[in-house]
Design a protein around this ligand. Structure first.
Ligand SMILES: *[C@@H]1O[C@H](CO)[C@@H](O)[C@H](O)[C@H]1NC(C)=O
Ligand SMILES: *[C@@H]1O[C@H](CO)[C@@H](O)[C@H](O)[C@H]1NC(C)=O
Ligand SMILES: *[C@@H]1O[C@H](CO)[C@@H](O)[C@H](O)[C@H]1NC(C)=O
Ligand SMILES: *[C@@H]1O[C@H](CO)[C@@H](O)[C@H](O)[C@H]1NC(C)=O
Ligand SMILES: *[C@@H]1O[C@H](CO)[C@@H](O)[C@H](O)[C@H]1NC(C)=O
Ligand SMILES: *[C@@H]1O[C@H](CO)[C@@H](O)[C@H](O)[C@H]1NC(C)=O
Length: 297
């Protein structure tokens, strides 16, 4: 093998290695969206309870992943601990799309759930729908609005009016209804979701906010301390024990080294890191010697 090719191979190997090495640190942004504790988009970042919920695979848009699909994250309010997501395949006042269920996992139901002021609007329900019969108490009006308004004000829902010349049944309900009855059982052909319903008094459906607002719990694992010391909160992928990720070479249990304070377990994690370091050094040495050899021969 010619030294040039060998050198090329080593250089590419080195860069591949370095890229995986660098990407092991937690990214704080996905496009313009800030990604902070308890969320994480890289393995071992954020809280283990939120593992696998966020996806930034296209590098520009953040997606919230549930068993029923990926939902685009519109905003995250870390102060109020709320997040707004949007299902691009759901119906709104301006577009009619076939329903698909909104399903969250058991873990998600425990740590991040739709807020009280997020309303699910079920439209074009059959007269046999459980929400018109046995479970009619699950339907309500919000801020002075009835669900029939959707048929009158929204271009998308006007179509139901045209076919029957009357409004088919509909229902405003909460997430808990969706949790125990799927859309087939509910027997409504379409649905949409509206959030911040408490502030929509006197505002028509055209100007409602469509999407789902979720409220999340932040596990108390002393993350503040780590964050203040310049680290990102994460966890050990195998044990799920919390970690303070300082930089590519140091993980501590609580915080990163501040001036004069030693990172308490830096030494310990440093040990597990040493094979990586040795590998790193050897590659550099090897690269240097091959470069030197190719210059002399
Ligand atoms: C620090 O923890 C993160 C998350 O578990 C892991 O990806 C990374 O490899 C660890 N780094 C070190 C230096 O141990
Ligand atoms: C992340 O979301 C994108 C876009 O919806 C999807 O194509 C991709 O498969 C997801 N990645 C993972 C790891 O689930
Ligand atoms: C990422 O996904 C969003 C939403 O699906 C899309 O609008 C955007 O163009 C995608 N970006 C890239 C770089 O693929
Ligand atoms: C409304 O629901 C009925 C069944 O109850 C269905 O046959 C009809 O196609 C639906 N209308 C539209 C426009 O999807
Ligand atoms: C909603 O308001 C309308 C009109 O005031 C009323 O007829 C209807 O019974 C109310 N629905 C519920 C579920 O309270
Ligand atoms: C990584 O963080 C540790 C602890 O905060 C610090 O002592 C060390 O100098 C940092 N290393 C680099 C390369 O920044």
């Amino acid at each position: 093998m010619s030294p040039i090719i060998l050198r090329f191979l080593i250089v590419s190997l080195y860069f591949t290695f370095q890229i995986t090495f660098i990407s092991s640190i937690c990214r704080g942004f996905c496009g313009n969206a800030a990604v902070r504790y308890p969320f994480g988009i890289d393995d071992g970042c954020g809280s283990p309870e939120f593992k696998g919920m966020m996806n930034c695979s296209n590098s520009t848009d953040l997606f919230f992943q549930t068993p029923s699909g990926n939902y685009k994250v519109q905003t995250i309010d870390y102060e109020k601990q709320t997040m707004v997501i949007y299902d691009p395949t759901m119906s709104t006042c301006s577009i009619l799309q076939p329903h698909h269920d909104f399903v969250m996992s058991e873990t998600q139901n425990a740590v991040i759930t739709p807020t009280q002021d997020t309303v699910f609007a079920l439209v074009n329900c059959s007269i046999d729908s459980p929400v018109l019969n046995r479970y009619s108490s699950l339907c309500f009006n919000f801020s002075g609005h009835t669900c029939d308004e959707l048929y009158g004000s929204c271009n998308a829902f006007r179509v139901f009016h045209l076919y029957t010349n009357s409004s088919p049944p509909c229902c405003f309900t909460s997430y808990s209804t969706m949790k125990f009855m799927n859309m087939n059982i509910l027997d409504c052909s379409h649905y949409t979701t509206v959030f911040n319903t408490d502030s929509l008094k006197g505002i028509g459906p055209l100007d409602w906010l469509y999407g789902i607002k979720l409220s999340f719990a932040v596990p108390d694992t002393g993350c503040q301390q780590c964050f203040k010391s310049g680290g990102s909160c994460g966890y050990n992928v195998e044990t799920e024990g919390s970690l303070c990720i300082c930089n590519a070479t140091v993980n501590s249990t609580r915080q990163c080294a501040l001036a004069g304070v030693a990172a308490d377990s830096a030494m310990a994690t440093g040990w597990s890191q040493s094979p990586k370091h040795v590998y790193h050094m050897l590659l550099i040495l090897y690269l240097a010697s091959v470069t030197l050899l190719s210059i002399f021969f």
